[in-house]
Structures are given as C-alpha cells and as structure tokens.
Write a protein that binds this ligand. Sequence first.
Ligand code: F6P
Length: 323
Amino acid sequence: MSVRRIGVLTSGGDSPGMNPCVRSVVRTALYHGIECYGIRRGYNGLITGDVLRLDEKNISHIINRGGTILYTARSKEFLTEEGQQRAASTCKFLGLDGIVAIGGDGTFRGAAALSKFGINVICIPATIDNDICCTNYSIGFDTAANTAIECIDKLRDTMQSHERCSVVEVMGRNAGYLAMYVGLAVGATAVLVPEKEIDFEEDVVEKIRQARMNGFTHYMIVVAEGAGSAADIAAKIKDAVDLDPRVTVLGHIQRGGCPTGRDRVNATKMGYLAVEMLINGKTNRIICTKDGSFRDVDIQEGLAMARGIQPIEVDVLAAMTGI
Ligand code: F6P
C-alpha cells in the first residue's frame, strides 16, 4: 500500500524535543511527497477532528523550541471504547495511512488501542521520566536532566555559603531515573527513588552523618516526587538531626526550555525513522534505542517489558553518596 497521508500527534506530558520530532516527521513526509497532518491536543484531536495540515511554514524555527506546537493532553475520552472508535473513524474518514504518536506510556497504550481498529501506528518515546522500559533513551530526558542539574548547581552555591541542607524534589511520579541521574551528576549527599524502599535512618540520616564526618557542612538531598514529598523529608531531617533544610520543588521547569543538542538530534532521527517505517509497511511498533543504535519493538511487547533500576546504578549511588 502506498502512503499518501499521515498524522502526527503528541500526547501525555510534554517533553523538550517533541517539536524537533514533529518537524522531522513533517520534513520526512514532505521529502517523500506525503501529506502530513498535525493532530492537536493528543488523542482528543482525533476524537473531535482537531487536525491541521502541516508544511514547512508550520515547522520552521521550532527545532530549538520547548513544548509542543500541537499541544498535548491526557485524554479521558480516549480511554473508552467509544472514544477509541471515534478516533479510529476520524483516521479512516481523513484517509490517514498512518499515525506517528510521540509521548510516553499512556500514549503508547492509546496507539495500541488505535491499531486494534486497523490503524497503522508508530510510537516515539518522549518523556522526561525515561521510564519506557523497552528503550534506554526517551526524548526530553537529556534536557530535563540538564535543567535540573543547572538549578541544583545554583542551589548548592547558596547552601554551601550558609552551610545548609537542601532537599530538592525532581519529577518522576513512578520512576526515579531522573532523580538518580541528576543526583549522580550533582554529587548529592543522598538520592531517594520510588523503586527502592526508603530506610530513612540509613538512606538519609546516616548519609548526612557520613558527609559531616568527611568535613562537609552542607548537604544536598535529591528526591524523586514518587519517593515522597521534599517538604516531608525536610521535616523528618529536622526532627532527626536538627538541621533546618530548605526545600525546592523543581516541578514543571524540568519539562520546559530549549531541547539540548542530543534531544534535538535523536528526536530528528526518530521522527525520520517513524515515517520510513510507515512507508515500509511497518505498524504497531515503538522506536527504541539499545546499545547505542535504533531498534523497534511491537507496542504490546514493549509495554510489557519490566525495567528496574540496574544493580550498577544502585552500587554507584551507594559509593558516591554520603561522602
Ligand atoms: O511527564 C511525566 C511527568 O513529568 C511525571 O513525572 C509527573 O508526575 C507528571 O508528568 C506531572 O504531569 P502534569 O502535572 O502535567 O500532569
């Protein structure tokens, strides 16, 4: 079957790098003489028919822009069989030969639902949580991590001057990859992630004590939002060792800003691959990275994969914290 017209959508939480990815999908489609339509507000756009034709003028100057020009949403309606049916009908009505869905776990579940109705779908991982199990890399993680690192470096300056303890909450409702990565990069005193049950005495108090014994007079505790609130942890630290920690919740700052070069280039390559895959008749796949190269896996298989924190990551953290 020849591909004449495709759609592209971004859904779930936005992630820096979604725009370069959309740009790449559009450019690659145009390069092959394929029409490309932007589906706005995630799957809601398919339900309501909120689509617009994309060409060079829509996508110029977005390679370095955060957010997503297509808007995004977590669609409740699309979770129903009726919503999915309506979305599939829109695809058929518009004559879309394939959809490129850019987002995280929820986006991929949506794509799998669409493919049940015979719609060709290719998924691209884009979430700052980096918690898509079948891929090592997710668009936006690099930018979010670097934003958090820059903020924490700034915090450290003032914590050091005042000889204080800082508790910083980074995003990651269910996953601690961002916290772990950032914690290693800033040389945190302790890092708390949802994947590992917290022993407050060992994982926080003892780490602060060790740091003090090693001559430190300021302490940086990094906590993933899924591991507990920074405010609660700060209160417990005050109770336990009578420090007066300052709390910073980085929040959505981590999802904004210019994507890094790494995110821009990977987003561009993944967008290109997605269109090539549709042209080559592939469907129901997630593009992923493994051992430094791009692969693709079946959506259901990809969603079913489990990925805990690697033992090496736990070991490195244990050796690097509390010093
Ligand atoms: O994109 C994933 C994520 O960043 C989570 O870590 C976080 O809990 C969630 O999004 C918050 O998203 P929102 O406030 O946009 O619903």
